[in-house]
Design a protein. Structure first.
Length: 135
């Protein structure tokens, strides 16, 4: 994919971006658990020093389990950036109050060196509450 962007002198430059993703799901009915995995390779190449030539490889793993008569789900999502040894983890809990309302709670944790993809956000760990209303 070719995309235009601005360089430091505000001139439009082109850069190439490619992404390859492979993944799958496994359901363990006896445990009411779903395991999800994905491997991602993303490359950004520029002729100038706009984004600097960079390749990123990530492994994404997620496990979620249904509980409370299929109204609740809890799990953990982990993204490991193997290119710079940084990582992101997010434990979560969702509850389907009824057919129209879902409530959720997530914690987002970033780790790695200060210059790394996720490590640059390690001071920004946070908790979020979500409410989804369908009508």
């Amino acid at each position: 994919q070719n995309s235009p962007t601005l360089d430091s002198s505000l001139k439009i430059q082109e850069f190439n971006k490619s992404r390859l993703s492979l993944g799958g799901d496994f359901e363990l009915d006896s445990l009411a658990t779903t395991l999800t995995w994905q491997i991602v390779n993303q490359t950004v190449l520029t002729s100038e020093e706009i984004l600097m030539n960079k390749e990123m490889n990530q492994v994404i793993l997620q496990s979620s389990t249904d509980t409370m008569l299929d109204k609740g789900r809890y799990g953990l999502r982990i993204i490991a950036n193997t290119s710079d040894s940084s990582a992101y983890a997010s434990p979560f809990f969702d509850y389907d109050y009824n057919d129209n309302l879902t409530l959720g709670l997530n914690y987002h944790y970033f780790t790695g060196e200060d210059y790394s993809f996720f490590g640059s956000n390690k001071e920004d760990n946070f908790i979020n509450f979500k409410m989804r209303l369908l009508f």
